[in-house]
Structure formats: structure tokens, C-alpha cells
Design a protein around this ligand. Structure first.
Ligand code: PMP
Length: 379
């Protein structure tokens, strides 16, 4: 017997990095700081209150959480949006699946710029949306003219821009995002009604880690009704296990997402956990500052190295506005990855050939990473 597996899924392995039991986990851009006892106490109390109502379905439109997220965004970025402009789901992965369900589909195209987050083609595949990529420059920035040309060529209905980008750490400048939004307004998406425009998704999963002076695309929301800026509680809020992602956009765009969501998709427990954590945004964001400093120190340290494996040439290290750093290039990156793993340090073998990505951990974890790399790569 053979199951009627869709042709595009035949023989495909489920997405995901190895979940290995090693002492130093620096492979999936998690926040290394577990919730503090204060945060745990608030979550426990609020989830207990929610538990007393679990015979009922949760609030389908979660206005309380949307209000709290709008307040948080106003504090973090200075941009105030209405609660109706906020959408949330089980991780920003699900938020982006909603976007593709609403605006992609058969006959339509999603466009991004490689190298970028490897889940994007999966959202496209699973919604029967054609997937195309333009190129980033060799320093992983995006050239506005190249972006405009790719949009004109492919006439996508959805454009996905990760900023800061995974796996490179690159944040986009404001003029690039503006150029993409303008080009998206001007294009009639293939497979869509005449008179419509493309949707631009700026994925700011790592937005809180951006360096001083780097703008958030939230600042452009007022001008572009076709723009969605997505965020997550998985990284800055150290809440990856809770599965909460969200976006801000025009109410028209959000209303289109409400059509495709499953009823009650955000459980009462999830809503309670998210709202409890948001009460502690100030202390959680203080940890983000520590991680940014550790990230900058890691970039500086890597840039100072002259690995024997590279004949004494310096390592290349991408500028990072995220909680991870991409570095290389190694003639045999797998050997370096394996050597680190043998020393109890798990990083990620991802990105263009020869590059490796390390998430920023605690100072102790970064010391373990550096010690292991010195041994493995002969620094
Ligand atoms: N966007 C980017 C660029 C990511 O790297 C990730 C997580 N690795 C996500 C979105 C999804 O995160 P989550 O579903 O945990 O919100």
C-alpha cells in the first residue's frame, strides 16, 4: 500500500536541526537564559488562572494579548499600532504560514533573497506557492536595484525579507525596505486580481538584537498597507518553548489572516504565558543587551583569529544584528563542526559553502566555544 503523499512531499525529511544532548547548545539561536524565578512565578500564577477556564474555548481573537503586544512594540520601537493591527500565532513560523495561506497559493509566487531562512521555501511548498530567490551581495546585504529587478521579473504576491537575516545576521537598511515596498506596490502579482499589490513581509524575529541606530521596519507601517513586520517571543523573550510569534500590519492585511487561521488556534495557556512574560519585558530586554555585547565581543574575537587551517589568513565574519554569528570559510566545515561537537559544543552547519553559524550563549558557553574552536581550527 502506498499513501497518496503529495508529489512535492515525497521523500522529504521533516525540517529541523539535530536535537542532541550535549553540554553547550549553540545551534538554534535560542536565548541561553532560562526564565528567572520571578518570570516563572508570574507564568505559573497566570496559567493557573487560565487553567480554571479550560473547559471553554479560548478567546478566538485574543484582544488582551494583541493589546499587550501593541504596547510592547510601542515601547521597544516607538511605533504605536492599534491592537487590531496585531496578529499572533504559534511561533512566527505559523504567522508566516498564515501569510502564505492568505496571499500565496496555486499560480502565485513567493520571492526572497538567498541565503536566507530555510523555512521560507517550506511555507511556499505547503501552500502550493511557487518559490523563487534573488541573490544577496557577497557581504549579504541586498542591493535595492537588484531587489526591484527581481520583483519586476517574478511578479510575486509575497516577498519575504528577513532582517536581521538568518543565517547571516544582516539587517536591511531603511532605503532597501522602502525600495521593496514601493516596487511591491507597483507590481501586479502573477495569479492575483488586477489592481492588487504584492505583500512585503519583514521578518524581524531577531529585531531586538539589532545594533544601535538600525531602524525597525515598524517605522514604515504607516506608509505601506502592504507591509507586515513579524516578530517572535522565541528569541528576545527567551520563550521559544511557548511558541508565540506575532506581526504588525494594516488592519486590512490582518483581517485577511483571520480568514485562514484555524478557530481557537492560540490556546488559553499560550495566551496566558505570553501575557505573563510581557509583564516582564523590561528585565527580559536587559538580558538582550548582555547578549548583544557578547555577540559584538564574539565577532571581534573571531575577526582577530588567523586559523592555521586557512594558511594564516583571517576568518571572515559577517556583521551581525542578531543573536548569532556566521563565520568561515573553512575548506571542510563539516570537520570543524564535528570537532566542536566532539568537544561538547553544538553549532550549526548552515549558510553558503564553508560557513558555520554559532548562536550567542552565556559567557561560559562562549568560552567553551572559543576554546574548542582554537583546538579544532588551529587558531
Ligand atoms: N524567522 C527567522 C528568521 C528565524 O530564524 C526563526 C527561528 N529560527 C523564525 C522566524 C521562527 O521562529 P519561531 O517560530 O520560534 O517564532
Amino acid at each position: 500500500m502506498h499513501l497518496p503523499v503529495r508529489a512535492e512531499h515525497a521523500g522529504i525529511e521533516p525540517y529541523g536541526a539535530p536535537q542532541l544532548d550535549v553540554p553547550v547548545l549553540l545551534n538554534v539561536n535560542e536565548n541561553p537564559y532560562a526564565p528567572s524565578p520571578e518570570v516563572v512565578a508570574t507564568i505559573a500564577a497566570d496559567v493557573a488562572a487560565a487553567a480554571a477556564t479550560l473547559n471553554r474555548y479560548p478567546d478566538r481573537d485574543f484582544p488582551g494579548l494583541r493589546q499587550d503586544l501593541a504596547d510592547y512594540l510601542a515601547g521597544e520601537s516607538g511605533v504605536r499600532v492599534a491592537p487590531e493591527q496585531v496578529w499572533a500565532a504559534n511561533g512566527s513560523n505559523e504567522v508566516m504560514l498564515h501569510l502564505l495561506q492568505a496571499f500565496g497559493g496555486p499560480g502565485r509566487t513567493a520571492l526572497s533573497f538567498a541565503p536566507t531562512y530555510s523555512m521560507y521555501p517550506e511555507y511556499a511548498r505547503d501552500t502550493s506557492t511557487a518559490w523563487v530567490t534573488g541573490r544577496r551581495e557577497t557581504d549579504f546585504t541586498l542591493d535595492p536595484d537588484a531587489a526591484r529587478a527581481a520583483i519586476a521579473e517574478h511578479a510575486p504576491s509575497v516577498i519575504l525579507l528577513a532582517s536581521p537575516n538568518n543565517p547571516t545576521g544582516t539587517a536591511l537598511t531603511r532605503d532597501v525596505v522602502e525600495a521593496v515596498c514601493e516596487a511591491a506596490l507597483a507590481v501586479t502579482p502573477r495569479g492575483a486580481e488586477p489592481g492588487t499589490s504584492a505583500v512585503v513581509v519583514v521578518d524581524e524575529a531577531y529585531g531586538e538584537f539589532r545594533r544601535a541606530g538600525v531602524p525597525s521596519a515598524l517605522e514604515l507601517l504607516e506608509r505601506y498597507p502592504n507591509l507586515a513586520v513579524s516578530r517572535t517571543m522565541s528569541k528576545a523573550f527567551a520563550l521559544a518553548g511557548a511558541r508565540v510569534g506575532y506581526l504588525a500590519a494594516s488592519t486590512t492585511l490582518v483581517d485577511a489572516l483571520r480568514v485562514v487561521r484555524l478557530p481557537y488556534h492560540l490556546s488559553a495557556a499560550t495566551q496566558a504565558v505570553a501575557r505573563a512574560a510581557l509583564k516582564h519585558s523590561a528585565s527580559l530586554l536587559a538580558q538582550v543587551d548582555a547578549l548583544r555585547a557578547e555577540r559584538d565581543a564574539t565577532v571581534a574575537w573571531l575577526r582577530a583569529q588567523r586559523p592555521a587551517a586557512l594558511g594564516g589568513e583571517p576568518l571572515q565574519v559577517a556583521d551581525s544584528d542578531a543573536n548569532f554569528v556566521l563565520f568561515g570559510t573553512f575548506p571542510d566545515r563539516h570537520a570543524v563542526w564535528q570537532g566542536l561537537l566532539d568537544r561538547g559544543v553544538l553549532i550549526r552547519e548552515t549558510g553558503p559553502d564553508g560557513w558555520l553559524r554559532v548562536s550567542i550563549g552565556t559567557p561560559q558557553e562562549m568560552t567553551a566555544f572559543k576554546d574548542a574552536l582554537v583546538e579544532v581550527a588551529g587558531l
